[in-house]
Design a protein around this ligand. Structure first.
Ligand code: CP3
Length: 354
């Protein structure tokens, strides 16, 4: 394995000194890039792109050719696990993900197995190995998964949802069935992430996109607890280096101290919490990733730079900050504005590390 030429991202996650604040963007490979849309057209549907290691590698590398980013993220999706469990994932144009066979009761949940990552999800591991080889030590590769709760919302609802009726009905009316589902998912996510680490992922991130729709008590019982179970089951070292784990609960600002107590190395923060507030809440116990509103990329490059300055000042001096958007980049964003965002972090952040 070649040594890393740029390890700013890994050092910041472990709160080791860096010369500047590292940056990557959630959903950095995607539809805002014309070169992505081109490859996506060639591949046919989105899952065909995920299942082709060469093409998944190509789109992973596309944003790194354009911009001086400090990490690559595996091109895949969080819904690969439920797909491997047999729910039949498909994407309807303009409507997001759907499942042919949602699970709504104890009988359906009892039948679910824990997928073997090198078998049913072997295409993901092939993509990880291919990307690691092609990156050739340029920047670290991030592996990822959804949180059990977030995966469960899609599995029970059968797709995206506005009010979470079906999944909350199961959670409140049949809590034991819900816990059985979440436990199977926690086991699946643990072995899936460990397989990604064995295949070459140098850091991992757990996306809890929908944890923020729960009450604090339900968040603890139905989301955080299972993420903690996963964190405790992960391989934390590979190639003689620590493999950092980042947890991201969207809209989870109030729960950062509890999230920091799981043993994760870093937490993602969205734009509804200021970085300075977040830092005060976690007391330098963990690193923080975030947190510009992705819609700010619609503004002028000058306005974007101003916002980057505000966020850097909010976090303040010292290590432990990985710059990012507070959620995924929107498909309508002009790539030049994304470039201005990244450039502003390169230009303004060294002052915070002297
Ligand atoms: O960040 C990256 O560049 C890596 C790739 C990545 C994708 N999905 C590719 C993708 C990652 C990290 C994800 C995670 C993911 N997927 C999450 C958690 C993060 C978040 O955004 O909250 C969730 C909730 C999903 C589920 C999912 N997959 C949805 C809701 C959609 C539709 C989104 C949309 O905007 O239409 C997808 C499809 C998807 N996953 C696309 C991409 C690039 C768009 C597919 C296309 O090309 O048509």
């Amino acid at each position: 394995m070649s040594t890393l030429q740029n390890d700013l991202y890994l050092r910041a996650l472990l709160r080791e000194p860096t010369e500047r604040t590292p940056i990557w963007m959630m959903r950095q490979a995607g539809r805002y890039l014309p070169e992505y849309r081109e490859v996506r057209k060639q591949a046919g549907d989105f899952m065909a792109l995920c299942k082709n290691a060469e093409l998944a590698c190509e789109v992973t590398l596309q944003p790194l050719r354009r911009f001086p980013l400090d990490a690559a993220i595996l091109f895949s999706d969080i819904l690969t696990i439920p797909d491997a469990m047999g729910l039949g994932l498909y994407f309807e144009a303009g409507e997001g993900p759907k499942f042919e066979r949602p699970v709504r009761d104890l009988a359906a949940i009892s039948k679910l197995g824990v997928p073997d990552p090198e078998q049913e999800l072997g295409y993901v591991m092939n993509a990880v190995r291919t990307i690691r080889r092609e990156l050739n030590g340029k920047v670290p590769l991030i592996g990822f998964s959804g949180s059990p709760w977030t995966l469960a919302t899609y599995m029970v609802e059968g797709g995206s949802t506005k009010n979470f009726s079906q999944v909350k009905k199961l959670m409140f009316a049949e809590p034991q069935a819900m816990h059985m589902l979440l436990d199977k998912l926690a086991q699946s996510v643990t072995s899936y992430l460990n397989a990604q680490i064995a295949a070459g992922a140098q850091a991992v991130m757990i996306f809890d996109t929908w944890g923020g729709v729960l009450s604090p008590r339900d968040y603890r019982e139905f989301s955080l607890r299972y993420m903690q179970q996963i964190v405790q089951g992960l391989t934390r070292e590979a190639d003689g280096r620590r493999v950092p784990v980042t947890l991201f609960t969207k809209n989870g600002g109030a729960w950062l101290p509890e999230m920091a107590a799981t043993g994760a190395d870093a937490l993602g923060v969205d734009w509804t919490t200021d970085m300075g507030t977040a830092r005060a809440l976690v007391q330098d116990k963990v690193a923080l990733q975030g947190n510009m509103d992705p819609s700010m990329l619609y503004a002028s490059p000058a306005r974007i730079e101003e916002e980057v300055a505000t966020i850097l000042a909010s976090y303040g001096h010292g290590t432990g900050h990985v710059f990012n958007l507070g959620h995924g980049i929107h498909p309508e964003v002009d790539p030049e504005h994304a470039g201005a965002f990244i450039e502003a972090v390169h230009k303004l952040s060294p002052a915070y590390h002297r």
